[in-house]
Design a protein around this ligand. Structure first.
Ligand SMILES: *Cc1c(COP(=O)(O)O)cnc(C)c1O
Length: 430
Protein backbone atom coordinates (compact mmCIF):
# COMPACT_ATOMS: atom_id res chain seq x y z
CA UNK A 1 0.00 0.00 0.00
CA UNK A 2 1.25 3.48 -0.76
CA UNK A 3 2.28 5.35 2.38
CA UNK A 4 -0.30 8.08 1.80
CA UNK A 5 -3.08 5.49 2.15
CA UNK A 6 -2.22 5.12 5.83
CA UNK A 7 -2.54 8.88 6.25
CA UNK A 8 -5.79 8.92 4.25
CA UNK A 9 -7.28 6.38 6.66
CA UNK A 10 -6.40 8.81 9.43
CA UNK A 11 -8.29 11.62 7.61
CA UNK A 12 -5.41 13.47 5.97
CA UNK A 13 -6.11 14.96 2.54
CA UNK A 14 -3.71 14.40 -0.33
CA UNK A 15 -2.73 18.06 -0.69
CA UNK A 16 -2.07 18.42 3.03
CA UNK A 17 0.06 15.27 2.96
CA UNK A 18 2.00 16.39 -0.10
CA UNK A 19 2.71 19.77 1.46
CA UNK A 20 3.97 18.09 4.65
CA UNK A 21 6.21 15.75 2.65
CA UNK A 22 7.72 18.67 0.81
CA UNK A 23 8.45 20.43 4.09
CA UNK A 24 9.92 17.26 5.58
CA UNK A 25 12.22 16.56 2.65
CA UNK A 26 13.92 19.93 3.16
CA UNK A 27 14.69 19.04 6.78
CA UNK A 28 16.94 16.03 6.19
CA UNK A 29 20.05 17.70 7.59
CA UNK A 30 18.28 18.99 10.69
CA UNK A 31 16.80 15.57 11.39
CA UNK A 32 20.13 13.86 10.89
CA UNK A 33 21.66 16.25 13.42
CA UNK A 34 18.86 15.44 15.90
CA UNK A 35 19.47 11.71 15.45
CA UNK A 36 23.17 12.23 15.94
CA UNK A 37 22.54 14.09 19.20
CA UNK A 38 20.30 11.22 20.30
CA UNK A 39 23.08 8.76 19.50
CA UNK A 40 25.61 10.73 21.54
CA UNK A 41 23.24 11.06 24.48
CA UNK A 42 22.30 7.38 24.24
CA UNK A 43 25.97 6.50 24.69
CA UNK A 44 26.25 8.92 27.61
CA UNK A 45 23.29 7.22 29.28
CA UNK A 46 24.53 3.71 28.54
CA UNK A 47 28.01 4.54 29.84
CA UNK A 48 26.45 5.70 33.13
CA UNK A 49 24.39 2.48 33.37
CA UNK A 50 27.60 0.49 32.93
CA UNK A 51 29.71 2.51 35.32
CA UNK A 52 27.14 2.25 38.09
CA UNK A 53 26.52 -1.42 37.31
CA UNK A 54 22.77 -1.21 36.94
CA UNK A 55 21.54 -4.72 37.71
CA UNK A 56 18.25 -6.57 37.76
CA UNK A 57 17.86 -5.98 41.50
CA UNK A 58 17.73 -2.23 40.77
CA UNK A 59 14.48 -2.62 38.89
CA UNK A 60 12.31 -3.78 41.78
CA UNK A 61 11.38 -1.17 44.33
CA UNK A 62 11.15 -0.85 48.07
CA UNK A 63 8.28 -0.12 50.44
CA UNK A 64 7.89 1.48 53.85
CA UNK A 65 10.90 3.57 54.86
CA UNK A 66 12.78 2.44 51.80
CA UNK A 67 16.09 1.86 53.60
CA UNK A 68 18.88 0.46 51.42
CA UNK A 69 16.92 0.83 48.21
CA UNK A 70 19.62 -0.18 45.73
CA UNK A 71 17.49 0.78 42.73
CA UNK A 72 16.86 4.29 43.99
CA UNK A 73 20.43 4.86 45.15
CA UNK A 74 21.96 3.52 41.93
CA UNK A 75 19.60 5.59 39.76
CA UNK A 76 20.78 8.71 41.57
CA UNK A 77 24.38 7.79 40.78
CA UNK A 78 23.44 7.21 37.14
CA UNK A 79 21.86 10.66 36.97
CA UNK A 80 24.92 12.20 38.62
CA UNK A 81 27.16 10.55 36.00
CA UNK A 82 25.03 11.69 33.06
CA UNK A 83 24.98 15.23 34.40
CA UNK A 84 28.67 15.18 35.21
CA UNK A 85 27.69 16.15 38.74
CA UNK A 86 28.88 15.11 42.18
CA UNK A 87 25.48 13.87 43.20
CA UNK A 88 21.79 13.74 42.36
CA UNK A 89 18.42 13.39 44.05
CA UNK A 90 15.90 11.56 41.83
CA UNK A 91 12.67 10.70 43.57
CA UNK A 92 9.03 9.88 43.00
CA UNK A 93 8.39 11.92 46.16
CA UNK A 94 9.38 14.98 44.13
CA UNK A 95 5.95 15.40 42.59
CA UNK A 96 6.68 17.62 39.57
CA UNK A 97 9.05 20.18 38.12
CA UNK A 98 7.73 23.02 40.23
CA UNK A 99 8.21 20.93 43.35
CA UNK A 100 11.79 20.07 42.36
CA UNK A 101 12.57 23.76 41.85
CA UNK A 102 10.83 24.77 45.07
CA UNK A 103 12.81 22.08 46.89
CA UNK A 104 16.14 23.19 45.42
CA UNK A 105 15.41 26.79 46.38
CA UNK A 106 13.88 26.35 49.81
CA UNK A 107 16.57 23.90 50.94
CA UNK A 108 19.51 26.05 49.84
CA UNK A 109 18.24 29.46 50.93
CA UNK A 110 18.00 30.69 54.51
CA UNK A 111 16.13 33.61 56.09
CA UNK A 112 17.77 36.88 55.13
CA UNK A 113 19.15 35.49 51.87
CA UNK A 114 18.46 37.04 48.50
CA UNK A 115 17.66 35.08 45.36
CA UNK A 116 18.41 36.65 41.99
CA UNK A 117 16.86 35.44 38.74
CA UNK A 118 19.07 36.51 35.84
CA UNK A 119 16.92 35.21 32.98
CA UNK A 120 14.01 37.52 33.71
CA UNK A 121 10.71 36.55 35.27
CA UNK A 122 10.76 32.81 35.98
CA UNK A 123 8.20 30.23 34.93
CA UNK A 124 4.64 31.00 36.00
CA UNK A 125 4.33 28.48 38.80
CA UNK A 126 7.49 29.78 40.47
CA UNK A 127 5.86 33.15 41.15
CA UNK A 128 4.00 31.63 44.07
CA UNK A 129 7.03 29.61 45.19
CA UNK A 130 9.07 32.80 45.43
CA UNK A 131 6.21 34.97 46.64
CA UNK A 132 6.11 37.34 43.67
CA UNK A 133 2.42 36.52 43.93
CA UNK A 134 1.68 36.10 47.64
CA UNK A 135 1.16 32.46 48.55
CA UNK A 136 1.14 30.33 51.68
CA UNK A 137 4.57 28.85 52.33
CA UNK A 138 6.39 31.02 49.80
CA UNK A 139 10.06 31.93 50.20
CA UNK A 140 8.94 35.48 50.96
CA UNK A 141 7.18 34.22 54.11
CA UNK A 142 10.56 32.95 55.28
CA UNK A 143 12.21 36.36 54.78
CA UNK A 144 13.94 35.29 51.60
CA UNK A 145 14.02 38.24 49.23
CA UNK A 146 13.89 38.16 45.47
CA UNK A 147 15.18 40.25 42.62
CA UNK A 148 15.48 39.75 38.88
CA UNK A 149 17.44 40.95 35.87
CA UNK A 150 15.71 40.77 32.49
CA UNK A 151 17.47 39.31 29.50
CA UNK A 152 18.67 41.84 26.95
CA UNK A 153 16.73 42.57 23.79
CA UNK A 154 19.03 40.24 21.84
CA UNK A 155 18.11 37.43 24.25
CA UNK A 156 21.50 37.35 25.99
CA UNK A 157 22.35 37.87 29.66
CA UNK A 158 22.66 41.45 30.90
CA UNK A 159 26.02 41.05 32.63
CA UNK A 160 26.26 44.68 33.77
CA UNK A 161 22.73 44.45 35.15
CA UNK A 162 23.62 41.25 36.98
CA UNK A 163 26.73 42.79 38.52
CA UNK A 164 24.68 45.76 39.73
CA UNK A 165 22.11 43.53 41.41
CA UNK A 166 24.43 41.15 43.22
CA UNK A 167 24.41 42.22 46.84
CA UNK A 168 26.22 40.93 49.93
CA UNK A 169 23.15 38.84 50.84
CA UNK A 170 22.75 37.31 47.36
CA UNK A 171 22.96 33.60 48.05
CA UNK A 172 21.55 32.00 44.91
CA UNK A 173 21.26 32.89 41.25
CA UNK A 174 18.54 31.22 39.18
CA UNK A 175 18.69 30.70 35.42
CA UNK A 176 15.89 29.22 33.31
CA UNK A 177 17.18 27.38 30.23
CA UNK A 178 13.89 27.02 28.37
CA UNK A 179 11.68 29.93 27.47
CA UNK A 180 8.75 28.00 28.95
CA UNK A 181 5.59 29.86 28.01
CA UNK A 182 7.15 33.23 27.36
CA UNK A 183 8.08 34.92 24.11
CA UNK A 184 11.83 35.07 24.68
CA UNK A 185 14.41 32.74 23.19
CA UNK A 186 15.68 29.71 25.06
CA UNK A 187 19.25 29.79 26.32
CA UNK A 188 22.01 27.49 25.12
CA UNK A 189 24.09 25.62 27.67
CA UNK A 190 27.13 27.46 26.33
CA UNK A 191 25.49 30.84 26.99
CA UNK A 192 24.51 29.67 30.46
CA UNK A 193 28.11 28.58 31.09
CA UNK A 194 29.46 31.99 30.17
CA UNK A 195 27.04 33.65 32.55
CA UNK A 196 27.94 31.23 35.35
CA UNK A 197 31.67 31.94 34.86
CA UNK A 198 30.96 35.65 35.07
CA UNK A 199 28.96 35.28 38.28
CA UNK A 200 31.50 32.94 39.90
CA UNK A 201 34.25 35.41 39.12
CA UNK A 202 32.32 38.11 40.96
CA UNK A 203 31.43 35.84 43.88
CA UNK A 204 32.41 32.19 43.92
CA UNK A 205 30.22 31.43 46.95
CA UNK A 206 26.97 32.10 45.08
CA UNK A 207 24.94 28.98 44.27
CA UNK A 208 23.77 28.87 40.66
CA UNK A 209 20.61 26.86 40.03
CA UNK A 210 19.41 26.14 36.48
CA UNK A 211 15.80 25.28 35.72
CA UNK A 212 16.59 22.59 33.16
CA UNK A 213 12.99 21.67 32.23
CA UNK A 214 12.59 20.65 28.57
CA UNK A 215 16.34 21.01 27.93
CA UNK A 216 17.69 17.57 28.85
CA UNK A 217 19.39 15.68 25.99
CA UNK A 218 18.75 18.45 23.47
CA UNK A 219 22.42 19.38 23.64
CA UNK A 220 25.56 17.36 24.21
CA UNK A 221 26.24 19.10 27.51
CA UNK A 222 24.03 19.97 30.45
CA UNK A 223 24.23 23.05 32.71
CA UNK A 224 26.15 21.04 35.33
CA UNK A 225 28.89 20.53 32.71
CA UNK A 226 29.44 24.28 32.66
CA UNK A 227 29.49 25.05 36.36
CA UNK A 228 25.87 25.06 37.52
CA UNK A 229 25.62 23.99 41.18
CA UNK A 230 22.20 22.50 40.56
CA UNK A 231 20.27 21.46 37.44
CA UNK A 232 16.62 20.79 38.17
CA UNK A 233 13.87 19.15 36.15
CA UNK A 234 10.78 16.99 35.87
CA UNK A 235 10.63 13.28 35.04
CA UNK A 236 7.39 13.68 33.09
CA UNK A 237 9.35 15.77 30.62
CA UNK A 238 12.51 14.77 28.70
CA UNK A 239 14.51 12.58 31.14
CA UNK A 240 11.56 10.31 31.98
CA UNK A 241 11.42 9.21 28.36
CA UNK A 242 7.62 9.06 28.52
CA UNK A 243 7.68 6.07 30.86
CA UNK A 244 8.31 7.73 34.23
CA UNK A 245 4.88 8.11 35.86
CA UNK A 246 6.01 10.80 38.33
CA UNK A 247 9.13 12.39 39.70
CA UNK A 248 11.68 15.14 39.65
CA UNK A 249 15.45 15.44 39.91
CA UNK A 250 18.14 17.74 41.18
CA UNK A 251 21.70 17.05 40.00
CA UNK A 252 24.68 19.00 41.21
CA UNK A 253 27.04 19.75 44.09
CA UNK A 254 26.90 17.28 46.95
CA UNK A 255 26.42 20.04 49.52
CA UNK A 256 23.35 21.32 47.65
CA UNK A 257 21.90 17.84 47.14
CA UNK A 258 22.31 16.91 50.82
CA UNK A 259 20.39 20.03 51.82
CA UNK A 260 17.64 19.20 49.33
CA UNK A 261 17.38 15.63 50.66
CA UNK A 262 17.10 16.88 54.24
CA UNK A 263 14.31 19.18 53.18
CA UNK A 264 12.48 16.60 51.03
CA UNK A 265 12.26 14.05 53.83
CA UNK A 266 13.48 15.31 57.18
CA UNK A 267 16.63 16.61 58.81
CA UNK A 268 18.56 13.59 60.01
CA UNK A 269 16.82 11.20 57.63
CA UNK A 270 17.74 12.89 54.37
CA UNK A 271 18.18 10.59 51.43
CA UNK A 272 18.17 7.37 53.47
CA UNK A 273 14.37 7.18 53.40
CA UNK A 274 11.90 7.38 50.55
CA UNK A 275 10.55 4.13 49.14
CA UNK A 276 10.63 3.82 45.37
CA UNK A 277 7.51 1.61 45.36
CA UNK A 278 7.05 -0.13 42.04
CA UNK A 279 8.26 2.45 39.54
CA UNK A 280 12.02 1.85 39.34
CA UNK A 281 11.84 -0.12 36.11
CA UNK A 282 9.99 2.76 34.46
CA UNK A 283 12.47 5.36 35.70
CA UNK A 284 15.42 3.35 34.37
CA UNK A 285 13.82 2.33 31.11
CA UNK A 286 12.47 5.84 30.54
CA UNK A 287 15.90 7.36 31.12
CA UNK A 288 17.39 4.80 28.76
CA UNK A 289 14.91 5.75 26.01
CA UNK A 290 14.96 9.49 26.78
CA UNK A 291 17.60 10.57 24.23
CA UNK A 292 15.60 9.20 21.29
CA UNK A 293 12.25 10.30 22.72
CA UNK A 294 13.68 13.79 23.11
CA UNK A 295 14.96 13.67 19.52
CA UNK A 296 11.46 12.72 18.31
CA UNK A 297 10.00 15.69 20.13
CA UNK A 298 12.76 17.90 18.79
CA UNK A 299 12.07 16.81 15.21
CA UNK A 300 8.38 17.47 15.79
CA UNK A 301 9.16 21.00 16.94
CA UNK A 302 11.39 21.67 13.92
CA UNK A 303 8.78 20.18 11.58
CA UNK A 304 5.95 22.25 13.12
CA UNK A 305 8.01 25.44 12.84
CA UNK A 306 8.60 24.83 9.15
CA UNK A 307 5.03 23.70 8.39
CA UNK A 308 3.56 26.87 9.90
CA UNK A 309 6.29 29.35 9.01
CA UNK A 310 5.87 28.65 5.33
CA UNK A 311 2.14 29.34 5.67
CA UNK A 312 2.92 32.81 7.02
CA UNK A 313 2.44 32.28 10.75
CA UNK A 314 4.93 33.62 13.26
CA UNK A 315 6.91 30.81 14.85
CA UNK A 316 9.43 30.81 17.71
CA UNK A 317 12.04 29.44 17.29
CA UNK A 318 11.88 29.99 13.54
CA UNK A 319 12.28 27.18 11.03
CA UNK A 320 16.03 27.33 10.77
CA UNK A 321 17.52 28.49 14.07
CA UNK A 322 19.27 26.16 16.54
CA UNK A 323 17.25 24.52 19.31
CA UNK A 324 17.95 24.45 23.02
CA UNK A 325 14.69 22.87 24.17
CA UNK A 326 11.71 21.02 22.71
CA UNK A 327 9.13 23.82 22.87
CA UNK A 328 7.64 25.34 19.75
CA UNK A 329 5.45 28.42 19.77
CA UNK A 330 3.16 29.24 16.84
CA UNK A 331 1.27 32.52 16.83
CA UNK A 332 -2.03 32.42 15.00
CA UNK A 333 -3.44 35.85 15.82
CA UNK A 334 -6.96 34.43 15.88
CA UNK A 335 -8.91 32.36 18.34
CA UNK A 336 -10.50 29.93 15.90
CA UNK A 337 -7.07 28.91 14.60
CA UNK A 338 -5.71 28.24 18.09
CA UNK A 339 -8.74 26.07 18.85
CA UNK A 340 -8.52 24.20 15.54
CA UNK A 341 -4.83 23.49 16.09
CA UNK A 342 -5.52 22.03 19.53
CA UNK A 343 -8.42 19.95 18.23
CA UNK A 344 -6.13 18.51 15.58
CA UNK A 345 -3.47 17.58 18.13
CA UNK A 346 -6.08 16.04 20.43
CA UNK A 347 -7.59 14.00 17.62
CA UNK A 348 -4.11 12.61 16.87
CA UNK A 349 -3.60 11.34 20.43
CA UNK A 350 -3.37 7.63 21.21
CA UNK A 351 -5.67 8.11 24.23
CA UNK A 352 -8.85 10.27 24.32
CA UNK A 353 -8.60 11.03 20.60
CA UNK A 354 -12.38 11.45 20.40
CA UNK A 355 -12.47 14.20 23.03
CA UNK A 356 -12.88 17.87 22.05
CA UNK A 357 -10.62 20.19 24.03
CA UNK A 358 -12.47 23.19 25.45
CA UNK A 359 -11.00 26.36 26.96
CA UNK A 360 -11.25 26.56 30.74
CA UNK A 361 -10.23 29.02 33.47
CA UNK A 362 -7.03 27.41 34.73
CA UNK A 363 -5.85 28.43 38.22
CA UNK A 364 -3.06 30.98 38.03
CA UNK A 365 -3.90 32.27 34.54
CA UNK A 366 -5.70 35.50 33.77
CA UNK A 367 -7.53 34.12 30.72
CA UNK A 368 -9.05 30.80 29.70
CA UNK A 369 -6.56 28.21 28.50
CA UNK A 370 -7.09 25.52 25.89
CA UNK A 371 -5.08 22.30 26.15
CA UNK A 372 -4.70 19.27 23.96
CA UNK A 373 -3.30 16.11 25.48
CA UNK A 374 -4.33 12.50 25.13
CA UNK A 375 -1.66 11.00 27.31
CA UNK A 376 -0.56 7.73 28.81
CA UNK A 377 0.81 9.70 31.78
CA UNK A 378 -1.54 12.44 32.91
CA UNK A 379 -0.13 15.88 32.19
CA UNK A 380 3.05 14.51 30.65
CA UNK A 381 4.42 17.06 28.22
CA UNK A 382 7.08 14.84 26.67
CA UNK A 383 4.02 13.25 25.06
CA UNK A 384 2.50 15.17 22.16
CA UNK A 385 0.68 18.10 23.72
CA UNK A 386 -0.28 21.70 23.10
CA UNK A 387 -1.72 24.54 25.08
CA UNK A 388 -2.38 28.22 24.71
CA UNK A 389 -4.13 31.05 26.56
CA UNK A 390 -7.22 32.37 24.80
CA UNK A 391 -6.01 35.92 24.41
CA UNK A 392 -4.03 37.99 21.97
CA UNK A 393 -1.85 37.07 20.16
CA UNK A 394 -3.38 33.57 20.28
CA UNK A 395 -0.15 31.63 20.49
CA UNK A 396 0.01 27.91 20.98
CA UNK A 397 2.89 26.21 22.77
CA UNK A 398 3.48 22.82 21.35
CA UNK A 399 5.79 20.10 22.60
CA UNK A 400 6.49 16.42 22.80
CA UNK A 401 5.96 13.30 20.77
CA UNK A 402 7.15 9.92 22.04
CA UNK A 403 7.95 8.85 18.49
CA UNK A 404 8.73 10.89 15.42
CA UNK A 405 5.96 9.14 13.49
CA UNK A 406 3.40 10.28 16.01
CA UNK A 407 4.73 13.83 16.28
CA UNK A 408 4.66 14.07 12.49
CA UNK A 409 1.12 12.80 12.19
CA UNK A 410 -0.07 15.09 15.01
CA UNK A 411 1.31 18.18 13.30
CA UNK A 412 -0.08 17.18 9.92
CA UNK A 413 -3.46 16.60 11.56
CA UNK A 414 -3.35 20.04 13.19
CA UNK A 415 -2.86 21.51 9.72
CA UNK A 416 -5.68 19.35 8.37
CA UNK A 417 -8.00 20.90 10.97
CA UNK A 418 -6.95 24.40 9.95
CA UNK A 419 -7.64 23.49 6.32
CA UNK A 420 -11.00 21.91 7.19
CA UNK A 421 -12.03 25.12 8.96
CA UNK A 422 -10.86 27.20 5.98
CA UNK A 423 -8.34 29.05 8.14
CA UNK A 424 -5.58 27.84 5.84
CA UNK A 425 -6.48 28.06 2.15
CA UNK A 426 -5.67 24.94 0.13
CA UNK A 427 -4.03 27.18 -2.46
CA UNK A 428 -1.35 27.95 0.14
CA UNK A 429 -0.31 24.30 0.17
CA UNK A 430 0.87 24.31 -3.42
C1 LIG B 1 7.36 22.59 33.07
C2 LIG B 1 8.24 23.63 33.61
C3 LIG B 1 8.29 23.90 34.98
C4 LIG B 1 7.35 23.30 35.98
O1 LIG B 1 7.19 21.96 35.89
P1 LIG B 1 5.83 21.24 36.33
O2 LIG B 1 6.20 19.82 36.27
O3 LIG B 1 4.78 21.62 35.37
O4 LIG B 1 5.52 21.68 37.71
C5 LIG B 1 9.20 24.85 35.41
N1 LIG B 1 9.99 25.49 34.55
C6 LIG B 1 9.95 25.28 33.23
C7 LIG B 1 10.85 26.04 32.31
C8 LIG B 1 9.09 24.33 32.72
O5 LIG B 1 9.05 24.10 31.41
Amino acid sequence: MEKYEYYRKLNIDRDVYDYACKVESALEDRFRAADEMAEICQLKVLDAFHREQVQEACLSGSTGYGYNDIGRDTLEKVYADIFNAEDALVRPQITCGTHALALALSSNLRPGDNMLSVSGRPYDTLEEVIGIRPSAGSLAEYQITYDEVALKDDGGFDLEGIKAKIRPDTRLVAIQRSKGYSSRRSLSVEQIGECISYIKELRDDIIVMVDNCYGEFVEEIEPTDVGADMAVGSLIKNPGGGLAPIGGYIAGKRSCIEKAAARLTSPGLGREVGASLGIMKDLYQGLFLAPYVTASALKGAIFAANIYEKLGFQVLPDGSEPRYDIIQAVTFGREDALKAFCRGIQAAAPVDSFVTPEPWPMPGYDSDVIMAAGNFISGSSIELSADGPLKEPYSVYFQGGLTWGHAKYGIINSLQYLVNDKIVDRKMLK
